[in-house]
Design a protein around this ligand. Structure first.
Ligand code: ASP
Length: 624
């Protein structure tokens, strides 16, 4: 198989996000994915009852007798058919002579999207009828025999990427939606990236791919877990939120380097762009430190990155959690654009403006601001750079303060400065949200702030080990999970001021999305027990197996998990993670195709010693 150079051009088109795709470019789909990722070319026709795929035929095949299988994409005046498979489109000429009447009947009567097998000769298209936009556009198939493999009934929607359809309809008929160019592209790119990740981890770095159980028991802290009833009265399995305990136990077992494309389950209710089941590239290794894991992941992404994108540049920049919060107001900053938060407290130390005075007099009180370039376009102006500041507080700002503010913020004509006063972290997170809102607004006005071809990776490190619990701020919870080791220089703080202890937890951020997180683990049973029992007030009995294992010569170890769905979503520029999962759940966690979750008759629940207690209103509904 050969790959002409224009394919790389077409491949650029393939990576366009779904909403911008106007015309499917079927012909180059699989070929270019293969070109971009594989060293050996796969044989697409082995074991099948065809000789070729629809997308592969060229002038070099002229005169060959071929057999093709595919779906009828469309038909023109009962003379031509366009046949489609995963590989591309090809034109088929319907025979018009009497002797081939039965072939003509099959091909003219089969509805669009029926699946057929045709045999015939590859011929040149008549001069002037070539289609340069189609990779197979110079040839056509003169059909001799045809077989209707299966007819297609009236479709709920047309199989064309540019036809608008609701997501509910796409999910209900997912198997039809999967025929679209964009879904084919997303799933094949996902498969290629995972294949390269496996190659990098197993073949280049000696990792072992190990499956861990999905029927497990409750893990303290973290997300809510799905329960699975067992036949023992009152006993339940839990579906693991991640293989965290198993991967650490594999290190105790001397496996040294583990990875898994792991399915994880979190019962977190409906949240945009979360799925109750999702996939992680889960990694753990022994005798490693934080920089070792970071370099491993940088190499992994570099190696598996699609060739048509700008190469991944390593090492990725690093910021501390504290810097990220102070500069971007979030622990997952989008570093594709500026508009950083600036502390302007000093400008207002002697201010007469009441609310600023008030804020600055409090502990951790600050005044912060961001400068929105050309923000006057999108916002009613609060403070702008020219002399006639359009703001209710403008009259109270002294000339010297105004000049200092302009200098600090580097404000230009037509910029808008958003200012807030209050407690440091609250002020930062408010401005962090406004920063993103303003970026959206500016982009709807046509300003390009976040280049869609840019992939901006960032490590966020030195997280606090604990955070105050949301529901009871006097209690602590783990910022990552309870197995995360404290920062070596902060261990003493665990016994004095645990809230101040930093951890060896690191997150990987891409374009403002958290795509991975991990930590160096605690391998000392006594320290692990102290953190669980004394600081987190967890029931250590639930984790006695892990604590025991740490006592039997557990090696120092650490790891990370990458969120595969989110990563592929960003790489393909898809609007939602549902677009990179073959059979995702709806926003409410339902499978709209099969209607799961579904009810179970009471007698089938009996072996599990379970009875449903219906909420009063649904009982009334069921009675109708
Ligand atoms: N198990 C962790 C998670 O799912 C990742 C890790 O610490 O390796 O977030």
């Amino acid at each position: 198989m050969y790959f002409p150079s224009w394919l790389s051009q077409l491949y650029k088109g393939l990576s366009r996000p779904i909403r911008r795709t106007t015309q499917p470019i079927w012909g180059s789909l699989y070929r270019s994915l293969v070109q971009s990722s594989q060293r050996t070319n796969p044989e697409f026709n082995s074991f099948a009852v065809r000789t070729n795929t629809c997308g592969e035929l060229r002038s070099s095949h002229l005169g060959q007798e071929v057999t093709l299988c595919g779906w009828i994409q469309y038909r023109r005046q009962n003379t031509f058919l366009v046949l489609r498979d995963f590989h591309g489109l090809v034109q088929v000429v319907i025979p018009q002579d009497e002797s081939a009447a039965s072939v003509k009947k099959i091909l003219c009567e089969a509805p669009v999207e029926s699946v057929v097998r045709v045999s015939g000769t590859v011929t040149s298209r008549p001069a002037g009828q070539e289609n340069p936009k189609m990779p197979t556009g110079k040839i056509e198939i003169k059909v001799k025999t045809a077989e209707l493999l299966n007819a297609c009934k009236k479709l709920p929607f047309e199989i064309k990427d540019f036809m608008k359809k609701t997501e509910a309809l796409r999910l209900q008929y997912r198997y039809l939606d999967l025929r679209s160019f964009q879904m084919q592209y997303n799933l094949r790119l996902r498969s290629q990236m995972v294949m390269k990740m496996r190659e990098y981890l197993c073949n280049l770095h000696g990792f072992v791919d190990i499956e861990t159980p999905t029927l497990f028991k409750r893990t303290p802290g973290g997300a809510k877990e799905f329960l699975v009833p067992s036949r023992e009265p009152g006993k339940f399995y839990s579906l693991p939120q991640s293989p965290q305990q198993f991967k650490q136990l594999l290190m105790v077992g001397g496996l040294d380097r583990y990875f898994q494309v792991a399915r994880c389950y979190r019962d977190e209710g409906s949240r945009p762009d979360r799925q109750p089941e999702f996939t992680q590239i889960d990694i753990e290794m022994s005798f490693v430190d934080q920089t070792g894991i970071q370099s491993l992941i940088e190499g992994l992404l570099q190696y598996s990155w699609p060739n048509d994108k700008d190469p991944v540049v390593v090492p990725f920049p690093t910021v501390t959690f504290t810097e990220a919060l102070a500069t971007y107001g979030t622990d997952k900053p989008d570093t594709r654009f500026g508009m950083k938060i600036i502390d302007i407290s000093d400008v207002f130390r002697n201010t007469e403006i009441g609310f600023l005075q008030d804020a600055l007099s409090k502990p951790h009180g600050t005044v912060k601001a961001i400068c929105i370039p050309e923000g006057a376009e999108i916002l009613p102006v609060f403070l702008n750079a020219n002399r006639n500041w359009n703001s209710p507080v403008a009259n109270f700002i002294m000339e010297s303060q105004r000049l200092e503010l302009i200098r600090l913020m580097d404000t230009q004509e037509e910029d808008v400065v958003l200012l807030t006063a209050g407690e440091h972290s609250k002020a930062c997170s408010l401005l962090g949200k406004l920063r993103l809102e303003c970026a959206d607004l500016l982009e709807t006005r046509g300003m390009v702030l976040r280049d869609p071809t840019l992939f901006s990776f960032l490590w966020v490190v030195d997280f606090p080990l604990f955070l105050p619990k949301e529901e009871n701020p006097r209690e602590l919870e783990s910022a990552h999970h309870p197995f995360t080791a404290p920062h070596p220089s902060d261990i003493h703080l665990l016994y004095t001021e645990p809230k101040k202890a930093r951890s060896q937890h690191y997150d990987l951020v891409l374009n403002g999305n958290e795509i991975g997180g991990g930590s160096i683990r605690i391998h000392n049973a006594e320290l692990q027990r102290y953190i669980l029992a004394t600081l987190l007030k967890e029931d250590v009995k639930i984790l006695s197996h892990l604590l025991q294992a740490l006592d039997y010569g557990a090696p120092p170890h650490g790891g990370i998990a990458l969120g595969l769905d989110r990563l592929i979503c960003l790489v393909t520029g898809s609007p939602s993670i549902r677009d990179v999962i073959a059979f995702p759940k709806s926003f409410r966690g339902h499978d709209l195709m099969s209607n799961a979750p579904d009810s179970i008759p009471p007698e089938e629940l009996k072996p599990y010693h379970i009875r449903v207690s219906w909420p009063t209103d649904s009982k009334a509904e069921r009675a109708h």
